[in-house]
Design a protein around this ligand. Sequence first.
Ligand code: GLP
Length: 241
Amino acid sequence: MQMYQVETYEEMSTKAADIIASHMILKPDSTLGLATGSTPVGTYQSLIEKTNKGTIDFSQITSFNLDEYVGLPTQNDQSYRYFMDDNLFNHVNIAESNINFLNGMAEDIEAECKRYENRIREVGGIDLQLLGLGHNGHIAFNEPSDRFEAETFMVELTQRTIEANTRFFASEEEVPRKALTMGIGTIMAARNILIIVSGAEKAEAVREVIQGPITPQVPASILQLHPSVIFIGDASACSLL
Ligand code: GLP
């Protein structure tokens, strides 16, 4: 794992955007795996600025997002699709037909998960997967568990994740209890991974992910086994390393 410890959220975001931009420049038809949450917002802002300056170009980029809530239509402003439109897609020249998202409203959930896995394979896999980190060490919506999930699946969110995500909803009752998410196997199949972490409330999880044993109880700990991972953490997230 290549580790970058930076001082601030802004530095983390700039560095992450620089790394994503270099991939896009080297391979203009890259397939990017994208993440939601508050952590990547600054990274997306920086990618928008680079697009406006003409440094990068999304016209040939394909994207796959990690996860989506079950039961929220894309028009709901708390759906992850809405978040991505708002924070990135509406501001760059990505083609709508190249945006791939899990459909949390699908009637046949199993078929929807299979469709997503097949689509990733059809395009030749993910070149660079961006990840944030949950307080409990989760990545995408892979919650602590007694096993690592191989493929895209439907997950029951833990109480801790529901509480962490309540800040985006009017009340805790409104937070969906289920989500569709890439599995750990799906994420590990990406050729390169970039994980960004900010804030003291993630410090314990960062320590476990980087220095602890590899266990499905800390899902991101499996990244220790991936051959090409870049970790960028700000000072407070790295304070227990
Ligand atoms: C959600 C998302 C994850 C994200 C995590 C942390 O659970 N499914 O992909 O990494 O939140 O979010 P934040 O960056 O807001 O702390």
